[in-house]
Design a protein around this ligand. Structure first.
Ligand SMILES: *Cc1c(COP(=O)(O)O)cnc(C)c1O
Length: 228
């Protein structure tokens, strides 16, 4: 496998180019190394290469990795589908949850957050592309969902998250990211308490450059960065 430092250098170069094209400052973009496909050794290599934000999608794997890599300098992101029976494990361990996608989850999170006296930082996942295989709130339901989250309380919405269709076609990908940014603005305009979606979590190995051009603040990159 290619050294992570080399992958990282290449990806950083591409992010810099895409940022320049869009008139953005690349330092406002956080790269999350999605390590769900790889083991602890590869994660140590990633850490040595300077990566400190890790994204995991399964609680069991993540727990094992956290035990081996317990380092307060690491920020853990939960990026997968979150089952309500896993809330108790996820909430204390992860700094960010990228997959707040339904009311039952928001209710469970709110309850557990109250018990722990901790307000989780969440991204609302939006199913912009409308693919049946994808989780997420429908764009037309985002504002009412956000009001519901506000009413539940104890949850801070820091951003919106989406996944573009798995294709190489820019003409399909770009409008998905652009739409998420429009939805972000609509939600910001509402000014709901604790609903401050200043972040956009979008862009993966296939499409992160387009995401940067469309305003991403958090890139979730697995295969291209750490392999699989
Ligand atoms: C796996 C995964 C990624 C990373 O995918 P790559 O194509 O390997 O970069 C990003 N986001 C989510 C939600 C994922 O499940």
């Amino acid at each position: 496998m290619r050294p992570i430092a080399e992958n990282l250098q290449e990806i950083k170069g591409r992010i810099a180019q895409a940022s320049a094209k869009a008139g953005r400052n690349p330092t406002e973009i956080q790269m999350i190394a999605v390590t769900k496909y790889v083991g602890v050794e590869r994660m140590r290599e990633a850490y040595s290469a300077g990566l400190t934000h890790f994204g995991e999608s399964r609680t069991k794997d993540a727990k094992e990795k956290m035990e081996e890599l317990s380092d307060p300098a690491i920020t853990w992101h939960f990026i997968g589908h979150l089952q309500t029976n896993k809330i108790k494990e996820v909430l204390p361990a992860f700094a960010f949850i990228h997959s707040l996608d339904r009311s039952s989850l928001a209710e469970g999170l709110g309850k557990e957050a109250e018990r722990l006296g901790k307000i989780p930082n969440c991204f609302i996942q939006v199913n912009v592309s409308g693919e049946e295989s994808k989780s997420g709130v429908a764009p037309g339901e985002l504002l009412s969902f956000a009001r519901r989250v506000r009413d539940i309380g104890n949850i801070r919405v820091v951003g919106l998250m989406t996944m573009a269709p798995n294709t190489r076609e820019e003409a399909i990908i770009r409008p998905v990211f652009r739409r998420l940014r429009e939805l972000q603005q609509e939600l910001l305009d509402l000014g709901l308490e604790r609903i401050s979606p200043h972040f956009l979590s979008m862009g993966m190995s296939n499409d992160y450059e387009i995401a940067v051009e469309e305003g991403a603040t958090h890139l979730r990159i697995g295969t291209a960065l750490v392999g699989r």
